[in-house]
Design a protein around this ligand. Structure first.
Ligand SMILES: [Zn+2]
Length: 96
């Protein structure tokens, strides 16, 4: 959650912000090769197949991340995600 983290830190999924701490978590291109820009949950079969809106991503991630203990409650999770996700490449590219 620190914007000063250098880019050498573990990459994060450019869709949901999940840290990609091991290669098994990398997404896939349509041809099955690893796509280290995204996690396997967001991008299991190529960037072309990624669907959904920023709002849907927040709806999906907020309860999940509360369960993971990243946020004290869902309202906080939503506020943080709404501020953070638009800084990721997938949403920047869409101009969201
Ligand atoms: Zn992801």
């Amino acid at each position: 959650m620190n914007p000063e983290i250098p880019s050498q830190a573990a990459p994060v999924c450019q869709s949901c912000g999940m840290p990609l701490t091991s290669p098994e978590l990398f997404g896939k291109h349509a041809d099955g090769t690893p796509n280290p820009e995204y996690c396997v949950y967001c991008c299991p079969e190529g960037e072309e197949k990624m669907t959904g809106t920023l709002q849907e991503m927040i709806d999906f991630c907020a309860p999940l991340e509360v369960r993971l203990g990243l946020h004290p409650d869902e309202a906080t999770a939503r506020a943080r995600l709404a501020a953070y996700l638009p800084t990721l490449r997938r949403w920047k590219r869409q101009g969201a």
